[in-house]
Design a protein around this ligand. Structure first.
Ligand code: SDX
Length: 431
């Protein structure tokens, strides 16, 4: 825990409270309000947690004003260019970039856990074919606690390690199976001679009737998309995983809770909603109509893929994703992709519009990702499952950090109660 080098003085009514403050290695100071209710008899009030630090962490740092994202201190643009997803997984899990031998061992451990229990195949068959793959993933990942019961003893460091590897290794298999099931094709087993991203692409797109060669352009782009989604501080789904874990629930149940939260269109579901919005706009000449709707207070429409709770500058992931979209579509020979043209023009117009400038609304990670995934052949319903697949290492890293935190307590916020005060029951005949 950071040392208290300052004190905040809070005075109200006839009270004056002295609250310790802590300084981070980088970022805003915090005021420790844990004794506020005991000493002052009041709660803080922060719906949506816009000004609340829920924990201390050493994993990811975001500077929203600079548009900076660091994983264990390394900037995301350097990791996206020079590293690869499983190396980033190691960095997030263990805090340092691995040596060659450490990386080889880690990749081998992940590779050898990619298959799921054969009995789980039956579990998929209980879903309708048209079930959204996110619904399937929530169900199947939650059910892992029924199949891998040995990994549910969270007090055992070794079992925590096994559960972490199992989840990172099996998420691509589960996501690919959810996709295959939704299109009525047979499940494809993982292969140990393929890298993580190539394995996922093959499990999604190969069919027994013919050989399948992974396109190296696509596997590199897939791996980069995984890296760009790996972790992102205390976002809604990570906070969900932390809150679920604070009760001592098993890691599979907690990750299933994170998947459920990520599904929302304000969060990870925005990548699907964004591509559907770009398709609905259709042509550049219809952009002004949608910009007007986004600005209209009486219209619930929001520009999907735009805005962020933390970034008040470009989301650095969006910059890398935009560059990757250009590269992938060019390499695939997809000239003048209309959706990409609409996205680029929409970004240009929005960033010149006073409304977006004043509210500091920029493209976020979800704005360009769908264009690449669409070009790779994924249906929009698979966009958020891919986000969930990639974010699993972030959820797990934050979970492991929290479990060993000596300050770990069950998360239990309070409220500003605005309901009825005490009143006696009235019998129905007297109402
Ligand atoms: C992710 O937290 C994370 O780190 C998330 C994430 C991660 O990696 O985990 O980065 C992934 O979830 C990215 C965000 C994906 N969501 C979308 O693209 C959906 C569209 N964006 C918005 O719904 C919104 O911007 C949020 C939810 C992302 C952020 O909402 P906030 O921080 O609660 O901001 P707000 O709703 O209070 O908006 C502030 C103002 C409002 O106007 P006023 O009420 O002040 O007049 O900006 C407006 C909003 O109406 N606004 C938008 C807008 N986003 C905000 N107006 C039009 N279009 C938008 N997209």
């Amino acid at each position: 825990m950071a040392d208290s080098n300052k004190t905040a003085i809070l005075s109200f009514d006839d009270k004056e409270l002295r609250l310790p403050m802590y300084s981070p290695t980088v970022g805003p100071d915090v005021i420790d309000i844990r004794k506020l209710y005991a000493q002052g008899g009041v709660f803080t009030y922060d719906p949506g947690f816009t000004s609340t630090a829920s924990c201390d962490s050493t994993i990811t740092y975001i500077d929203g004003d600079k548009g900076e994202l660091l994983h264990r201190g390394y900037p995301i643009d350097q990791l996206a260019e020079k590293s690869h997803y499983l190396e980033v997984c190691y960095l997030l899990l263990y805090g340092e970039l691995p040596s060659g031998a450490e990386l080889e061992d880690f990749e081998s451990r992940v590779t050898n856990h990619t298959m799921i229990h054969e009995q789980m195949h039956m579990f998929f068959r209980g879903f309708r074919r048209d079930a959204h793959p996110m619904a399937t993933m929530v169900g199947v990942v939650g059910a892992m606690s029924a199949f891998y019961h040995d990994s549910t003893d969270i007090s055992d460091p070794w079992q925590r390690e096994v559960a972490s590897i199992r989840l990172i290794a099996k998420m691509p298999t589960i996501a690919a199976m959810a996709y295959k099931y939704s299109i009525g094709q047979p499940f494809v087993y993982p292969r140990n001679d393929l890298d993580y991203a190539s394995n996922f692409l093959r499990m999604c797109f190969s069919v027994p009737a013919e050989d399948y060669e992974v396109n190296p352009i696509l596997s590199r782009a897939m791996d980069r998309i995984f890296t760009l989604h790996a972790d992102h501080e205390q976002n809604a789904s990570t906070s969900t995983v932390r809150l679920a874990s604070s009760s001592g629930a098993n890691p599979f149940a907690c990750i299933a809770a994170g998947i459920a939260c990520l599904w929302g269109p304000a969060h990870g579901g925005a990548n699907q909603a964004c591509l559907e919005m770009l398709r609905e706009i259709g042509t550049v000449d219809r952009i002004p109509e949608y910009i007007a709707r986004a600005k209209d207070k009486d219209d619930p429409f929001r520009l999907m893929g735009f805005g962020h709770r933390v970034y008040k500058n470009f989301d650095p992931r969006a910059k890398v994703m935009k560059q990757s979209a250009d590269e992938v579509l060019d390499l695939l020979g997809i000239e003048n992709n209309p959706t990409l043209q609409v996205a680029k023009q929409l970004e240009k117009i929005a960033l010149e519009d006073p409304y977006f400038i004043e509210k500091k609304l920029y493209p976020n990670v979800d704005f360009y990702s769908g264009i690449i995934l669409d070009a790779m052949g994924f249906p929009t319903a698979m966009f958020t499952p891919i986000f969930a697949l990639a974010r699993t290492v972030g959820w797990i890293s934050q979970w492991k950090e929290m479990i060993v935190d000596p300050q770990l307590k069950i998360g239990r916020p309070r409220q500003l109660y605005m309901g009825e005060t005490y009143r006696d029951y009235v019998n129905v005949e007297d109402r």
